[in-house]
Design a protein around this ligand. Structure first.
Ligand SMILES: NC(=O)c1ccc[n+]([C@@H]2O[C@H](COP(=O)([O-])OP(=O)(O)OC[C@H]3O[C@@H](n4cnc5c(N)ncnc54)[C@H](O)[C@@H]3O)[C@@H](O)[C@H]2O)c1
Length: 265
């Protein structure tokens, strides 16, 4: 029997990448998984594949920036499945740009998805999780909360704010006795379209980003499934005493010291 049998989970940005891996891992542990994304075709295809394999999944269109979308998603999930236990706030965007090149519009756009999106999600699910007797919220931050490069200006700021919001929400829920745990995962470089691109420009080809990847102590990028298993750990009772935690999964990169050029270290 899976560790998440009888549980219902929502994964934002679950159509592909790290979110897709989280969907697969949660479903493999027996959860009913709701893939919430704007990539309708890829999301529906992932749900169909899982169902054909005997798992339980469905796809719902969600723009994480939209409060009404969140309300409809959560009420629909509770109506169809009777409960909500797990939220993975995974949807995110990147904009590798320095403070001098960045525009306010770029910053607002990244904050809307990476910070306001999870904020809206947490507000939307807390009442449903309380009604279900508790739950686990997992926010996908980044090791850029610790690993700073000139190009992580906007992205790192959004993820650092998300990590902080994670902790205040965790303490709030714990002190209110909601039995809702809230933690963040801080991935390093992983093999997804965010870093490797999709036929177009590859952030991984930017020299500074490439130097960073070359400096990973374990000598390789992470596989999406290696984040999926961390998500399952935080979603399950295996982490029952963990809340307000930051879990880094980055091949050891965060603790390496850098000078101006990581490739020279
Ligand atoms: N790949 C990495 O190396 C890495 C490292 C650290 C953190 N992360 C974080 O992990 C998460 C997933 O990244 P990924 O690499 O899988 O990226 P990805 O680009 O492959 O996938 C992101 C998903 O989020 C969805 N999405 C984007 N905006 C959305 C919105 N407004 N509403 C709903 N869905 C939306 C996309 O459609 C896509 O399915 C992100 O939060 C990212 O910041 C990734």
């Amino acid at each position: 029997m899976g560790r998440l049998e009888g549980k219902t989970a929502i994964v934002t940005g679950g159509a592909r990448g790290l979110g897709g891996a989280a969907v697969d891992a949660l479903a493999a542990e027996g959860a009913v998984v709701v893939i919430a994304d704007m990539l309708d075709e890829a999301g529906a295809a992932r749900a169909a594949k899982l169902n054909a394999e005997g798992r339980k999944a469905e796809y719902v269109h969600l723009d994480v920036r939209d409060t009404a979308n969140w309300a409809a998603l959560v009420s629909g999930v509770v109506a169809r499945h009777g409960r909500l236990d797990i939220l993975v706030n995974n949807a995110g965007i990147n904009a590798p740009v320095t403070i001098e090149d960045a525009t306010a519009e770029q910053f607002r756009a990244i904050l809307e998805v990476n910070l306001i999106g999870p904020f809206l999600g947490m507000k939307a699910v807390i009442p449903a999780m309380r009604a279900s007797g508790g739950g686990s919220i997992i926010n996908m931050a980044s090791n850029s909360t610790q690993m700073v490069l000139p190009l992580t200006s906007l992205y790192g700021a959004s993820k650092s704010a998300l990590a902080n919001l994670t902790k205040s929400t965790a303490v709030h829920c714990a002190q209110r006795g909601y039995n809702i745990r809230v933690n963040s995962i801080h991935p390093g470089a992983h093999e997804t379209e965010m870093l490797l691109g999709n036929g177009g420009a590859k952030p991984a080809d930017i020299p500074q980003v490439r130097s960073l990847i070359n400096a990973i102590p374990m000598g390789r990028m992470g596989k999406p499934s290696e984040i999926g298993s961390v998500v399952v750990f935080l979603a399950s009772e295996d982490s029952s005493y963990m809340t307000a935690s930051e879990l880094f999964s980055d091949g050891g990169l965060t603790v390496v010291s850098f000078g101006a050029d990581p490739a020279q270290q």
